[in-house]
Ligand binder design. Structure first.
Ligand code: MAN
Length: 354
């Protein structure tokens, strides 16, 4: 484990009003973050559940034409062993226990939120976002901030993109990776003439543990030349889930990025422990891992990381150079939004050549 220079919880559910009086906020987590002017702009995932409860039924909220509606599921027909999901016992169909939207927050120094009132609110739109929008990442390319995010709907879990220059007006570009695919992070510049992304397909036929893939694009919208990059080899830290975490940053050893992994074993209940590891990708040939931490550099330690909506989760979604350190923005226990600091050299040194 790498020594953190500081850890600060920036937001917790009680800091935020719900988007609708029928809802309560149960999580604010997994934030995209990027340097904006002298400060930091964050796009956080806000997780809500209906206030109403009914005996013998479980609520599953969704958006329809911009409005919230709740479907009431027969509790007896639901497997609820994953705290995030209801799974129909007969149908196998999955519904979320919550619905998420995104809120923009600004921070002057990157270690405190200026105002809990969001600078902007992004509500799910259209058929590919009806079960919510989740887990954004921001990459600044030129003067534009590109935000990849997960759209959840009956069509599956896909990655969509929006862009902004001011965090007030957002332009939606639609789906860039079809279901089921999430944890998409964009590189901040073209590599040998092409845009590059890490993505995580989720095949339903489990021929191997999950894998992070790399793809290239001429325009950020059309992706091809897909290659597996990481995982699938039963690496000790990536048994159940593995996925890109923070958009890569350029260092003199190559592209440095954090990824998350969960250690849940096949057939085990619950979600396992979510940790984060680091890797460095070759500067010109990023499909090649040149160095990698042996084991996680972050694991749940603080109480707010170990206990929450989903226990034992650290989920880094942004890494920025600030004040001579690396600031890592992350979700904790799917409930809290936090930042911690690493020494630049400490994190680089933790990545050993492969
Ligand atoms: C999945 C996603 C994330 C979430 C983690 C941990 O990867 O649903 O949004 O933070 O699980 O629960």
């Amino acid at each position: 484990m790498l020594q953190r220079l500081f850890t600060t919880r920036l937001l917790k559910p009680g800091d935020l009003p719900p988007s609708d009086q029928a809802m309560r906020v149960v999580g604010v987590c997994n934030p995209a973050a990027q340097t904006f002017g002298d400060g930091v702009a964050l796009v956080a995932r806000v997780v809500e559940q209906p206030v109403e409860q009914r005996p013998g039924q479980f609520p599953s909220p969704r958006y329809a034409d911009g409005s919230l509606v709740t479907d009431w599921l027969d509790a007896e027909d639901c497997d609820s062993s994953d705290p995030r999901l209801y799974v129909g016992r007969r149908s196998g169909v999955v519904r979320l226990r919550f619905v998420s939207h995104l809120r923009v927050f600004l921070s002057e120094d990157g270690t405190a939120i200026d105002e809990a009132t969001p600078a902007a609110m992004l509500i799910p739109q259209g058929p590919y976002e009806s079960f919510g929008i989740e887990d954004p990442r921001i990459t600044k390319i030129g003067a534009t901030y590109y935000i990849t995010y997960v759209g959840v709907s009956p069509h599956g879990v896909c990655t969509r993109m929006m862009s902004t220059t001011d965090f007030v007006q957002f332009h939606r570009h639609g789906t860039i990776f079809c279901p089921d695919n999430k944890d998409v992070v964009l590189f901040p510049e073209k590599v040998l003439g092409e845009y590059v992304a890490l993505h995580r397909p989720m095949p339903s036929m489990r021929f191997s543990p999950p894998q992070v893939w790399l793809a290239r694009s001429p325009d950020l919208l059309h992706w091809g030349n897909h290659q597996p990059l990481l995982g699938g080899d039963g690496a000790a830290d990536a048994i159940d889930r593995v996925g890109g975490g923070t958009p890569p940053i350029r260092t003199d050893r190559g592209w440095l990025t954090l990824y998350h992994a969960s250690d849940k074993k096949h057939g085990e209940q619950g979600v396992g422990v979510y940790t984060a590891s680091a890797m460095i990708l070759d500067e010109d040939h990023p499909a090649k891992i040149v160095a990698r931490s042996r084991g996680p550099v972050m694991q749940p330690e603080e109480m707010f990381e170990r206990q929450g909506f989903v226990d034992n989760v650290v989920f880094p979604t942004a890494m920025l150079r600030r004040d001579g350190m690396l600031f890592v923005y992350y979700g904790a226990a799917d409930e809290n939004l936090a930042v911690c600091g690493f020494g630049v050299q400490d994190l680089l040194d933790a990545c050993l050549p492969v």
